[in-house]
Design a protein around this ligand. Structure first.
Ligand code: ADP
Ligand code: ZN
Length: 729
């Protein structure tokens, strides 16, 4: 029993040391802690950070108090709220991850934990100083326009050394500013610019508003065609939460979409939301984290990691483009942010809106089962028509040799150029060509660390591996047969399509839009700006440009290879192809002029292509649902993957066999493998995989825990469990 106030107590803490998840400590007299308190504790000679946890919820033996060491300090942050602690527990349990690894995602700014206070930042001084301008300084001055940050952060932005900046400070070219890391953000105003909703939008918005006011758990599937105004609709739910003084969280799949969203949000609410993503500077993270935890950040827009922020008073969660696979994290804690968002809403007792024009089959099934409330927006806003989708059968309309655009697509592009309208060509392949051969001996350029081809990037003069980031300059001769100038490009990437376009439309301004060219929020914003103001005629892009963007003068979308996603036999290949093409098609004709979509394919009869052409989404989903039922795939059955890897191939194989050899025999669980994973070498590690297919009703997690828990492996072996996997490589 814990004794009265005057005596010391014990507490159980979650700590972040491998193998030492849970430790008990004594709470010294005069210190108060509660569940969720973030504390500093001794461990041997070191000091570590821990979170005080609800005593009965963590396993561990009770030690006599006399044997426990005292906590050293409570950090000056609000205790992690109970709903977040429950979410951390659920996530660890469901995805079979260590509790501390999940909890660490909530403490995502170490600076924030040290408290608020003043920090010194620097910016370019106003007055033009006659100081000596070296080339380094000139470069810094050019790059630092508008920036304000610590010296270290400015050095990264300016790409110069700290010393150069210190010198500039001494010369009066930089000035220092004291800023409060806890300064509040401008408050969004729910009544700032209220739009007039269409009847359909209003009906959907009313449901979200009512649920927000009711402060009860309620998941919604906001199922609206591209251009139906899903953002305007859920924004009214946001307004309702803000009016109640509560916080809101909007999750987006891609940082590239953030800037666009910030601008729209600001137009509606008069103040931008707080952005949360991996590109933030440390000082921005610190301020955002602290304001979120104190309730001062009213609206947060972020990538999936924002889901574990310590909101003080969350009132609504929105997951936009909820079908996107980018919500699935494939390393560390392998969670799906869409599903975890629903759980967070449940623990917080608030509504959650999953918005999409092409919902995941799993989400539709939940709506059909009545677990999610479905809100449908069947029409585009403002009378815009859905684009007309046409098939270009590549067997009939062959592109010229070494070309990829078939005559009907070329003609459509030429028409757009004449009319001054914009076009978008979609090919989900970065770089110039996916495969490079030696002309003389047929040698294929491969990654030394991965079982993958190197992709030629002509814009950056590199051969690059898209899995591990390995890059080399194109070699002057074949490494195998020494033939000089030997490289032949096979197949198209976006850069090659852009080259072809420049030959067809020499006057067109062509922009390649991929994660290589739009690799920061700023570059993405610049891209949106340029397209919106007519500075670009044709965009050639990967999946990055399929979602979210609204360009009214864009009237043609060409899909270079509609069959590409169907190769490889991935469980979700058909669904993903449907979603990707429907989304990219949805970029066409969003303004007053109608849109046209041309799908280049060799399989016009494939169910997914036919469904896209006929616009019969329901038929596609119905057929896909039956296929999933037959395969006992989600939402009917459940999948999990076990990935065993090692730098040593024999060791990986032996460990995978060891796991296979101890497999349980169960009626409702089928275990396949081990077999080499399709990407059998990744980042220098050899990979073997087992796939588990279970009935919906089976307790898959317990089966896996009982099976894998007792097994021991050599230190070089990594065993990763992926629950509800999306990646089958
Ligand atoms: P979705 O996300 O459903 O594809 P958007 O939210 O991008 O669609 O809306 C499409 C366009 O229509 C946007 O430019 C948006 O601002 C505009 N729009 C939608 N609803 C309204 C409304 N009620 N009032 C004014 N503009 C609207
Ligand atoms: Zn590689």
């Amino acid at each position: 029993m814990n004794a009265a106030n005057t005596q010391s107590k014990t507490c159980r803490c979650l700590v972040f040391n491998p193998g030492l998840d849970v430790l008990d400590y004594r709470v010294p007299a005069g210190m108060t802690v509660e569940p969720g308190s973030v504390v500093v504790a001794p461990l041997g000679p070191r000091q570590i950070i821990g979170i005080v946890w609800d005593h009965g919820r963590l396993p561990g033996a009770d030690f006599p108090i006399a044997k426990l060491r005292p906590l050293l300090q409570v950090l000056p942050v609000p205790p992690l709220p109970a709903p977040l602690r429950r979410l951390i527990e659920w996530t660890a349990d469901y995805y079979l991850s260590p509790l501390s690894q999940v909890a660490r995602m909530a403490l995502s700014s170490s600076a924030a934990l040290q408290g608020g206070g003043m920090i010194t930042e620097y910016r370019l001084a106003d007055a033009a100083h006659p100081a000596r301008i070296t080339p380094q300084r000139a470069k810094a001055i050019e790059r630092l326009a508008g920036a304000q940050a610590t010296i270290r952060e400015l050095a990264v932005i300016a790409d110069v050394s700290d010393a150069v900046l210190r010198g500039m400070l001494g010369a009066g070219l930089l000035e220092s500013v004291r800023v409060d890391s806890d300064r509040a953000y401008p408050e969004p105003d729910p009544d700032h610019a209220v739009p007039v909703l269409s009847d359909g939008q209003a009906a959907a918005a009313d449901r979200i508003i009512a649920a927000t006011r009711a402060r009860a758990f309620q998941p919604f599937l906001l199922d609206g065609v591209t251009g139906s105004g899903k953002t305007e609709t859920y924004a009214e739910g946001i307004a309702a939460a803000l009016a109640m003084g509560r916080q809101v969280l909007v999750l987006l799949p891609e940082i590239a979409l953030t800037q666009n969203f910030l601008a729209r949000f600001e137009a509606r609410f008069g103040a931008a939301p707080v952005a949360w993503h991996s590109g933030l500077k440390a000082s921005e993270r610190r301020r955002a984290w602290r304001q979120v935890s104190q309730g001062g950040a009213k609206a947060v827009v972020g990538a999936r990691s924002a889901l574990f922020l310590p909101f003080a008073n969350l009132g609504l969660i929105v997951v936009d483009e909820a079908h996107e696979i980018a919500f699935k994290q494939d390393d560390g804690v392998r969670y799906n942010a869409r599903d975890v968002a629903v759980m967070r809403a449940r623990f917080e007792s608030i509504p959650v809106v999953l918005a999409s024009a092409t919902p995941a089959l799993e989400s539709l099934a939940m709506a059909d089962a009545g677990r999610y409330e479905r809100l449908v927006l069947p029409d585009r806003f403002g009378g815009a028509q859905m684009p007309h989708i046409q098939i270009v059968d590549l067997r009939e309309h062959q592109p010229d040799r070494g070309r990829w655009l078939a005559p009907p697509l070329v003609k459509a592009l030429e028409e757009r150029a004449k009319r001054g309208e914009q076009s978008l060509l979609f090919l989900n392949r970065r770089g110039y060509a996916p495969l490079t051969l030696c002309r003389a001996c047929g040698y294929r350029f491969c990654c030394p660390n991965c079982s993958a081809w190197l992709v030629e990037h002509r814009l950056s003069h590199r051969l690059a591996c898209h899995h591990c980031g390995h890059e080399v300059p194109p070699p002057p001769a074949c490494p195998e047969c020494a033939e000089p100038d030997c490289m032949v490009a096979c197949g198209p990437g976006v850069e090659r399509i852009a080259d072809e376009l420049r030959e067809i439309l020499p006057d067109a301004r062509v922009m390649v839009a991929t994660s290589d060219t739009l690799n920061s929020a700023d570059k993405a914003a610049e891209f949106v700006e340029q397209v919106t103001h007519g500075g670009i005629d044709v965009i050639v892009g990967t999946q990055l440009v399929t979602k979210g963007f609204h360009f009214p003068n864009l009237t043609l979308v060409g899909v270079i290879d509609a069959d590409m996603g169907l190769e490889g036999g991935d469980l979700r290949a058909a669904e993903r192809t449907y979603q990707q093409i429907a989304q990219v098609a949805g970029r066409a004709g969003r303004g007053e002029k109608p849109g046209e979509v041309l799908l280049q394919t060799r399989h016009p009869d494939a169910a997914v292509i036919a469904a896209l052409a006929s616009g019969d989404r329901d038929a596609f989903y119905a057929a896909e649902t039956e296929a999933r039922r037959d395969a006992n795939a989600p939402p009917f059955g459940r999948w999990a993957a076990i990935i065993v890897s090692s730098e040593d191939e024999a060791e990986a194989k032996a460990a995978a066999r060891g796991i296979g050899g101890t497999r349980p025999t169960l009626d409702d669980v089928m275990i396949l493998g081990p077999a080499p994973a399709p990407l059998s070498l990744l980042r220098g590690r050899y990979r073997y995989r087992l796939l588990i297919n279970a009935r919906r009703s089976s307790d898959l997690q317990t089966v896996l825990r009982d099976w894998l828990g007792p097994l021991k492996f050599p230190p070089g072996i990594r065993v990763a469990v992926d629950i509800d996997p999306y990646s089958f490589v």
